[in-house]
Design a binder for this molecule. Structure first.
Ligand code: EPU
Length: 314
C-alpha cells in the first residue's frame, strides 16, 4: 500500500500543500471531494475529514492519480477495508476509494477477475450465479475484494489466500503490475503484497452445484445475522482471536458486553464487535478498546491484539 506519511508530509509544503493536492488530482476522471467527511465512507461511520477524497473511474485513472501524487510526494491512503478506524482529525493528503472499479468477469478455468472496488457480497452473488464454489465462507463480509486481500480476510471456514490466484497492482510509481499468489505472503489477517494499490484480483474457484453453493451462503448469512450486530455501524471484529481461543468469549467472560464510552459500545450480541450507537468518535472507540484490553488482561491473563486497523490523525 502507498502509506500515509502523516504530519511530516504536510509540513514540507506549508502554503503550497493545497496547490500540490490540486495538481495531484488534475485531469483525473472520477469524483473528487476536498475536505471530504470520511465517516460517509466507513462502515463504522467514524472518521474526520480527508484533505481530498478521490474515486477514480477506472484503473487507468488510478495510475494517473498515483503518478501525479508520487511526483509531489503526497501521502495517500486507500479506503476499502471495513476493519478500519479513522481517527477524528482525519487523513492528510489523498484518500482514495476504489468504489467505481466494480467490474467482474469470468475467465476460463473457473477464474473470476474482480476489480478492486467490488464488494464481497456482489462477488459472492456473481459466483453463485455462475455455479462457482470457494467463496461461501465470505458470505456476509462487507468489505471490498481488494480490502479483503490486503488483510487476508477469513473465518474458521476459509480465508482469502485459498482463492487468490493473482493481483493487479498500481505501483507507487504508477506502473501496472500483475503479481501471482505465490509471490504474496499471507498470514493471519495480513498479507505481504507488492507496494501500491490493488486494482484487481483473480480468484481461482471450482465448478459446483448452484443450489448447494446458495444453501451454504444462506446458512452462513443466517449464522452471522444471528450472532453478530450487522444492523449497527461497526468495523467488524476488533481483536484477533488468540491461538485456540476466542476474543469474543474472552471479552464476554471479563463482563464487558454492553460496556460503553460515549456512543461506542461493546456489542451485546457479539463481544468482539464495538458498535457505534449514534455519534461515536474515534476517541471513544480507542478509550473503550483500552478498557477492554486492560480488563481482559487482568481477568484472564490474555493480551488481546488489534485486528482493527487504526489510521489518521488524533
Ligand atoms: N462467543 C462468546 N461471546 C461472544 C461472541 C462469541 O462466547 O460475545 C463464542 C461463541 O459462542 C463461539 C466462539 O465464541 O463459541 C466463536 O464465536 P464466532 O463463531 O462468532 O466466531 P469468532 O471467532 O468470534 C470469527 C471471525 C469473524 C467471522 C466469524 C464468522 C475473527 C477474529 N473473527 O469470529 O470475523 O465473521 O468468525 O464465523 O477471526 C472480522 O474479521 O471482522 C470478523 C467479524
Amino acid at each position: 500500500m502507498v502509506q500515509q506519511r502523516d504530519r511530516h508530509a504536510t509540513k514540507k509544503y506549508r502554503g503550497s500543500f493545497q496547490g500540490a493536492l490540486q495538481a495531484a488530482v488534475a485531469g483525473v476522471k472520477g469524483t473528487v471531494r476536498f475536505k471530504a467527511p470520511l465517516k460517509e465512507y466507513t462502515s463504522f461511520h467514524i472518521g474526520g475529514l480527508a484533505d481530498v477524497l478521490v474515486e477514480p473511474v477506472d484503473e487507468e485513472n488510478v495510475v494517473r492519480l498515483v503518478a501525479q501524487a508520487q511526483s509531489r510526494k503526497l501521502p495517500m491512503f486507500v479506503l476499502g477495508g471495513t476493519n478500519l478506524l479513522i481517527r477524528d482529525k482525519g487523513i492528510r493528503g489523498l484518500a482514495v476509494s476504489l468504489a467505481q472499479l466494480r467490474a467482474v468477469r469470468e475467465e476460463p478455468g473457473s477464474v473470476l477477475y474482480a476489480e478492486g472496488g467490488v464488494g464481497m457480497p456482489t462477488l459472492i452473488g456473481y459466483a453463485v450465479r455462475r455455479s462457482l464454489a470457494g467463496l461461501e465462507w465470505a458470505a456476509g463480509i462487507p468489505g471490498t475484494v481488494a480490502g479483503c486481500v490486503v488483510m487476508n480476510a477469513g473465518t474458521r471456514l476459509g480465508e482469502m489466500k485459498n482463492s487468490v490466484k493473482a493481483v493487479r497492482v498500481v505501483s507507487p510509481k504508477g506502473a501496472l503490475i500483475d503479481c501471482p499468489a505465490r509471490k504474496i505472503e499471507f498470514g493471519y489477517r495480513r498479507a505481504k503484497l507488492p507496494a501500491g494499490i490493488i486494482v484487481g484480483v483473480w480468484l481461482q474457484l471450482k465448478p459446483g452445484v448452484r443450489s448447494d453453493i446458495e444453501r451454504i451462503v444462506k446458512d452462513y448469512l443466517h449464522y452471522r445475522r444471528d450472532t453478530q450486530p450487522l444492523t449497527l455501524p461497526s468495523a467488524g471484529c476488533v481483536f484477533k482471536n488468540p491461538p485456540n481461543d476466542s476474543a469474543g468469549q474472552l471479552v464476554e467472560s471479563a463482563g464487558l458486553k454492553g460496556a460503553r464510552i460515549g456512543d461506542a459500545q461493546v456489542s451485546e450480541k457479539h463481544a468482539n464487535f464495538i458498535v457505534n450507537r449514534g455519534n461515536a468518535s474515534a476517541k471513544d472507540v480507542l478509550a473503550l478498546i483500552k478498557r477492554v484490553r486492560t480488563q481482559v488482561a487482568r481477568k484472564t491473563g490474555v493480551k488481546l491484539e488489534l485486528e482493527l486497523k487504526v489510521v489518521g490523525q488524533a
